[in-house]
Write a protein that binds this ligand. Structure first.
Ligand SMILES: Nc1ncnc2c1ncn2[C@@H]1O[C@H](COP(=O)(O)OP(=O)(O)OP(=O)(O)O)[C@@H](O)[C@H]1O
Length: 584
């Protein structure tokens, strides 16, 4: 119970002072909460012993009203101190973890982990921010009430106090057990919840494929299985701690019963005053009832603890640039020195070496799966190489922070992602400081302005998540506008292979021409004209660099490139003759 308070305080950082102050005030609020009961008992005893005058009654009434009013004031102070604190803490934590995500290796963002991340950032954190402050309050009040009642019982009759305190200690022990059992199950339950989120995400994201291939049955089955597993573990969890809840409540029932029996017997046998007996009857409930409330709260606390465990685990994922420095580069050449790389066990690049001079254009060519995208990803340090070095501007990328490296790089890839925001903000993402005029100027350069102006709200038109409301060509031009705005000296570009209509292709090419002026350009090239105009062509095959040189040099050599070029030229002439035949 107390551990959840410690953990929330640790997480609270600069807000910890406010929470501690709220706890301190809660302590007094709980004390004032007991005052009316003492006074009522005082009045009762006075009346029974015929020892109360009107003055005493007035004073007692005054004390009760003052205590109740003070309690209201303190409640208000607690509310002011606590209100919004949970939301403040977790808004800050979400921003912090969001920043950290940028520094995780890309490999971490697998489908399975996406579900895990979503579950932690949404369900787990939401739950904690909603209930943490309330839980802290209830725990403090329960402990203070029990403490006051124990002290009171010790003062008035040690025999009864021993019984009550014993039952109370056994209850605390059982409460710990309930939490331990609950925590064990909560971990499994929350893992199942991540699996459930992954399954739902995959089901929804893949809906177009599922529909196209009529697979709704199979995929729905997987999602249904995830729902059923989640249901089963939730039921198992309830069953797991039910015996302990039963024992916990039984011990307290036994404690209350025994105390009442003893107090009545002592009174009958004359060793206890009747008024004291009455006080004991009242106070015995003051010990047990708050703890009973805590047993109910234990369900919330164990979910919070498991959520905090998962959040801590997410925060402790090793970031890729732990030892990186913010380095400002003076030059923007790129070098691979004997680089080997594998995705987990899958070897993808073997002993690759090449140099890309500043402000030159290098085309990566090779069959599908030969490792072209991987090379681009390694330049941006989305992953770290296992052997060799990737150097940018003469500096090993492992020595830099991701932010300082990526400030020099723009990536324009085929699978463009647009955020669920306005077109304007999607472009501005390239440079958050840019003015509206600058955004419009780059949109014009990227040949987006015309189609944006035809949208219902122009630049303020909302884009659906992922950009699904725009065509592939339009999305790519927006991503080029974003990159032009960033104005990074290094451009990593994946030319479109997907067939866009000739009109769109012309516009994309014009946009790219604007983007790459005076830049170090690495292009995963598919168009023959791009390949031909590159200063350097790197030919890859199964993760090996098999040839390098410019077009004129490579077509003279026997090898992969000449085969590839001859094949492409043949295909092109075949396409031309087919078009001529069609015209004839
Ligand atoms: N995240 C990943 N995890 C595991 N394997 C991967 C990952 N990304 C790529 N691969 C594998 O690495 C190899 C090289 O992939 P890469 O995307 O670099 O090739 P490519 O030449 O760009 O292919 P394409 O032209 O089809 O895009 C492939 O076998 C691919 O399946």
């Amino acid at each position: 119970m107390l551990s959840i308070i410690k953990r929330v305080l640790k997480l609270a950082g600069e807000f910890a002072g406010k929470i501690k102050l709220a706890m301190f005030v809660s302590f007094f609020e709980a004390i004032f909460n007991n005052v009316p009961i003492f006074i009522i008992l005082y009045i009762l005893i006075g009346i029974m012993n015929d020892a109360l005058d009107v003055n005493d009654v007035w004073i007692s009434g005054g004390i009760i009203i003052t205590a109740l009013l003070l309690q209201c004031v303190l409640k208000r102070v607690i509310y002011v101190l606590q209100s919004g604190t949970g939301f403040e803490i977790f808004a800050r934590e979400r921003i912090k973890i969001g920043d950290r995500f940028k520094r995780f290796p890309m490999g971490y963002f697998s489908e399975g982990n996406k579900g895990y991340i979503s579950a932690v950032i949404t369900s787990d954190i939401n739950f904690i921010e909603m209930y943490a402050m309330n839980a802290i309050d209830k725990v403090v009040i329960a402990y203070v009430n029990a403490m006051v009642a124990c002290i009171f019982l010790l003062i008035i009759d040690y025999r009864i106090a021993v019984i009550s305190i014993l039952a109370f200690l056994i209850g605390v022990f059982l409460l710990k057990k309930i939490l331990a059992v609950g925590k064990k199950h909560s971990v499994i339950r929350q893992d199942k919840q991540s699996e459930l989120v992954s399954a739902v995400l995959e089901y929804v994201q893949g809906m177009s494929v599922i529909k196209a291939f009529n697979m709704s049955g199979d995929k729905a089955k997987a999602t249904k299985k995830a729902f059923e597993e989640f249901r089963d573990i939730s039921i198992e969890m309830e069953k797991g701690f039910m015996p302990y809840i039963f024992r916990f409540e039984s011990i307290f029932a036994l404690g209350i019963g025994l105390t009442i029996l003893l107090a009545s017997s002592f009174t009958v046998y004359g060793s206890l005053n009747m008024s004291i007996m009455l006080m004991i009857f009242v106070f015995i409930f003051r010990i047990y009832l708050p703890f009973n409330a805590l047993s109910l709260l234990s369900a919330e606390i164990r979910i919070m603890e498991a959520g905090l465990d998962r959040y801590d685990a997410l925060k402790n994922i090793e970031i890729i640039d732990e030892n990186g420095r913010d380095i400002k580069l003076d030059s923007f050449d790129i070098e691979f020195k004997d680089v080997s790389f594998a995705y987990d066990d899958k070897k993808v690049l073997q002993n690759i070496s090449f140099a890309i001079p500043e402000k030159s254009m290098t085309a990566l060519v090779g069959s599908s799966g030969s490792g072209k995208t991987t090379i681009a990803n390694l330049i941006a340090r989305f992953w770290d190489v296992q052997k060799g070095e990737v150097r940018v501007g003469g500096v090993n990328v492992k020595e830099m922070t991701c932010d300082s490296l990526l400030s020099n790089i723009s990536m324009v890839f085929q699978n463009v992602y647009l955020f669920n925001d306005t077109i304007f903000n999607n472009i501005k993402f390239g440079n958050p400081e840019a003015s509206r005029e600058e955004v419009i100027a780059v949109a014009k350069k990227a040949r987006c302005h015309e189609f944006i102006m035809e949208l219902p709200d122009g630049y303020d038109t909302m884009v659906d998540e992922g950009g699904s409301s725009l065509s592939g060509g339009e999305k790519q031009r927006i991503s080029i506008a974003r990159a032009i705005l960033k104005d990074a000296p290094i451009i990593l570009l994946d030319e479109a292979t997907a067939s866009v209509d000739p009109e769109n292709e012309k516009y994309i090419q014009l946009a790219i021409n604007e983007l790459v002026k005076d830049k170090t350009l690495v292009v995963i090239a598919h168009r023959l004209s791009t390949i031909r105009s590159a200063n350097q062509i790197l030919v890859l095959e199964n993760g090996n660099l098999v040839q390098k040189g410019n077009h004129n040099q490579l077509v003279e050599e026997e090898g992969k490139y000449k085969d590839f070029w001859d094949r492409r030229m043949k295909a092109k002439s075949w396409e031309i003759s087919k078009a001529t035949l069609a015209k004839d």
